[in-house]
Design a protein around this ligand. Structure first.
Ligand code: HEC
Length: 107
């Protein structure tokens, strides 16, 4: 019975803690291959990257996924609203805040 009490106590105190920080959650969202996949286009560290180019009558045009480093939640929100690439992303305010926390990580 005593052992059961200890186990219960440990489980409760674990559940009371948050397992990951908003920054870590933001990084997960940023890299999540099966849904958001921001990393695939915007680069592993959100440094931005060219995705490809094509010829036009006025010369070569290159499509670039811009750097997202230090972007605020508001900027991410409006950027995603006008996003022309990838599927529409349905991110909650909490998820956008987490993404922004990771993008503002300064490493
Ligand atoms: C399929 C490739 C692709 C994926 C996946 C993608 N992006 Fe983009 N993103 C782009 C390209 C290309 C642009 C620039 C042209 C445009 O705005 O559509 C862009 C623009 C943006 C902008 C505007 C940046 C600015 O300087 O105005 C933001 C913000 C942004 N993306 C955030 C995200 C986030 C957050 C994710 C993940 C949820 C994501 N993107 C996933 C390709 C992608």
């Amino acid at each position: 019975m005593k052992v059961l009490g200890v186990i219960l106590f440990l489980l409760c105190s674990l559940a009371a803690q948050s397992f990951i920080t908003p920054k870590e959650r933001g990084e997960m969202l940023y890299r999540m291959a099966e849904s958001t996949a921001c990393a695939a286009c915007h680069g592993d560290a959100a440094e931005g990257k060219p995705l490809g180019s094509y010829d036009t009558r006025r010369g070569k045009k290159t499509i670039v996924a811009p750097a997202l480093i230090n972007m605020s939640g508001e900027a991410i929100k409006s950027g995603l609203k006008n996003h022309n690439f990838g599927p529409p992303f349905y991110l909650s305010d909490e998820e956008i805040a987490a993404l922004s926390a990771w993008l503002n990580r300064n490493d």
